[in-house]
Design a protein around this ligand. Structure first.
Ligand SMILES: [Zn+2]
Length: 108
């Protein structure tokens, strides 16, 4: 006796959380499937599409912040370099003074 296959509902893999779901939405123009549990008249219980695009937006923002941060870091490093140069210059000046005073002592 042949057993009838159980009727398979369309299942997709959520592009955001990776779970299999029968209640999903497809985004355009990306054609990505997201699970979405939404009872009409209520706040969506699960809305992976919104979460996904929010996260994407945030990532882009983070990238921007990162690039600004690295720019600032470069500026800071530049400053440090100047400071180091100044310290080196001051040390060399002190050495020179020492050298000159020693020379004066000798000549006296
Ligand atoms: Zn999901």
């Amino acid at each position: 006796m042949r057993r009838k296959k159980p009727e398979t509902q369309v299942q997709v893999t959520c592009a955001y959380c990776g779970s299999q779901t029968e209640t999903f939405v497809t985004s355009y123009p990306d054609y990505l499937n997201f699970c979405r549990i939404h009872i009409p008249g209520k706040e969506p219980e699960k809305d992976c599409m919104t979460d996904y695009y929010e996260e994407k937006k945030n990532v882009q923002k983070k990238e921007e912040v990162k690039s600004i941060f690295s720019q600032k870091k470069e500026q800071l490093q530049e400053k440090e370099k100047v400071l180091t140069d100044r310290t080196t210059a001051l040390r060399k000046l002190a050495e020179l003074k020492q050298f000159l005073s020693n020379k004066n002592k000798k000549s006296l």
